[in-house]
Design a protein around this ligand. Structure first.
Ligand code: G1P
Ligand code: ZN
Length: 540
């Protein structure tokens, strides 16, 4: 069926797909226009195969039905769908690669809350399994501005609760187990017998799936395959509103886990993941592992896991992520790349075989096994390292800092600011950048200051305006950028980093260690003054 439509404003994918309020996505023609724009901007769906699934949030099931009918009407050959329209983002990435499909559509607003009053999102991933490159998302956006027709099959809903094959017209729909292939991939990378032995020896773990998509994956892999005690995985059932939880695995939102890990009789290891399963947080009893440190520890210990025993080709981190992993790369004599925020920038480096591991400060890490960050993968990697080293999380982290030095690190978020206020902060600092090198702030001398631009070493494309950074002579840094994933006003992110080595300086309280950087940031950008806010809304 051919439906006449007209362009809807604002369908511009951000850091990670198109994210809007659920009601916006449910409004007439909104999802349809965007999906048709994806097909149109990528050469049409005729004869193609796609993977489809989402994180189970409100409107996930309905959106999946619409997309299946649109794919059929656009002439797609086959859709591979997770049972119940569920797929974690990393599992979807794997399925695209495993089946050699033309891409995939993932329904998720990641860690943003779900529900009729909350957020929804759609991501398009390409043949390599990774988020569509900017060239593609720009083309999708451009198409959404001129669209006048979409196609949708006038057919009843498909039963997605049963594994097996069905048809809409001539399009085949394969409903598959969402966990099976992903679990096999994990088993090929990590030493499952060794981790099983660790659990058998009485090692206790808590995994908080936050009522989101990782629940079924974690239950199957940790409890059924690796023998962790039943009940190790909590909040394991994906719910449309995430049970009212905010499925963002950081100390603020995963406070239940944090409380348990800092309480008496804490488990030996704790972890949480986000709405669509690509983020992770890891914690030891009484000790929190910052995502930047986690990436550095994984890199330093990679060879302990069977999938990485031949070493790393290189590493990459997003610009605001701490430089901890760079120290490891330096010690190993491998390349370290600095990319703009967003996983899509790692794709080319991974495809070209230049890096094996990559990560972001925003609780994301991953490797060349898929083209997305992968929450459960990072957790299994840690378990493999814990099983091999037979040390606690704290011992591993402390040894790491002694060897490589410590990058104290924190991100301060100022959320839901009026857009013009956030821009004023950015414009104010941007105007000062050129004059900063050589000047002193809080007893620190500015070494360089710029608006980060990136030239992709593989395809030569450039991305400008990726965040303001001020680097001091001792390696400390201040970075400020605006979020590209928010759905309300503007979110200003302030990233603070200070590097120290040697005795006495390695076990300070993080915010205290960063106090000079916090003051310097205020002096340079005047966030509190301009926004009128007393402090950040979220500190990670
Ligand atoms: C945030 C994170 C970024 C991550 C993205 C998608 O984007 O900061 O590292 O890739 O979510 O998970 P931002 O809101 O900062 O644009
Ligand atoms: Zn996510």
């Amino acid at each position: 069926m051919r439906v006449t439509t007209s362009p809807i404003e604002g369908q511009k994918p951000g850091t990670s797909g198109l994210r809007k309020k659920t009601k916006v996505f449910m409004s007439k023609g909104y999802l349809e226009n965007f999906i048709q724009s994806i097909f149109d901007a990528t050469g049409g769906a005729e004869g193609k195969t796609y993977v489809l699934g989402g994180d189970g949030r409100y409107f996930n099931a309905e959106a999946a039905q619409i997309i299946l009918k649109m794919a059929a009407a656009n002439g797609a050959r086959r859709m591979i769908v997770g049972r119940g329209a569920l797929l974690s983002t990393p599992a979807a990435s794997h399925l695209i690669r495993l089946n050699g499909t033309d891409g995939g559509i993932i329904l998720s607003a990641s860690h943003n809350p779900g529900g009729p009053e909350a957020d929804f999102g759609v991501k398009f991933n390409g043949r390599n399994g990774g988020p569509a490159a900017e060239m593609v998302t720009d083309a999708i956006f451009a198409r959404s501005g001129e669209i006048d027709t979409y196609f949708i099959a006038d057919e009843p809903d498909v039963d997605l609760s049963k594994i097996g094959t069905q048809q809409i017209g001539s399009m085949e729909i394969s409903v598959i187990d969402p966990v099976e292939d992903y679990a096999a991939l994990m088993e090929s990378l990590f030493d499952f017998p060794k981790i099983r032995a660790l659990f058998a020896s009485g090692f206790r773990m808590r995994f908080d799936a936050m009522c989101a998509v990782t629940g079924p994956y974690a239950k199957d892999i940790l409890e059924a395959r690796l023998g962790a005690a039943p009940g190790t995985v909590v909040h394991a059932e994906p719910l449309p509103d995430f049970g009212g939880m905010h499925p963002d695995p950081n100390p603020t939102w995963a406070h239940e886990l944090m409380d348990e890990m800092s309480g008496p009789n804490a488990p030996d290891f704790g972890a949480a993941s986000d709405g669509d399963g690509d983020r992770n947080m890891v914690v030891g009893p009484g000790i929190y592992v910052s995502p930047s440190d986690s990436l550095a520890v994984l890199a330093a210990n990679a060879q302990l896991a069977p999938g990485y025993k031949s070493g790393l080709k290189g590493v990459a981190r997003s610009m605001p992520t701490s430089c901890a992993v760079d120290r490891v790369a330096e010690a190993f004599g491998i390349g370290a790349h600095e990319t703009p925020t967003g996983w899509k920038f790692f794709g080319n480096l991974l495809d070209a075989g230049r890096v094996t591991l990559c990560g972001e400060e925003s609780f994301g890490s991953g490797s060349d096994h898929v083209r997305e960050k992968d929450g459960l993968w990072a957790v299994l990697f840690w378990l493999n390292i814990l099983a091999e080293r037979n040390e606690s999380v704290e011992e591993i982290l402390t040894a790491h800092w002694h060897e490589f030095g410590r990058n104290y690190y924190s991100r301060h978020d100022f959320e839901a600011l009026p857009v013009e206020v956030a821009n004023k902060v950015m414009d104010g600092l941007r105007a000062r950048l050129a004059g900063l090198p050589g000047t002193g702030v809080e007893g620190l001398v500015v070494k360089s200051a710029d608006d980060f631009a990136y030239e992709d070493p593989v395809d030569g494309s450039t991305s400008h305006g990726q965040g303001l950074r001020v680097v001091f002579e001792d390696g400390s840094r201040i970075v400020i950028r605006l979020s590209g994933t928010g759905t309300e006003g503007a979110t200003l992110r302030l990233y603070l980093e200070r590097y120290t080595t040697g005795p006495g300086g390695l076990d300070l309280e993080v915010q205290a260690a960063l106090a000079p950087m916090i003051r310097a940031a205020e002096e340079l950008a005047g966030i509190r003054g301009v926004t009128g806010r007393d402090g950040p809304d979220v500190v990670t």
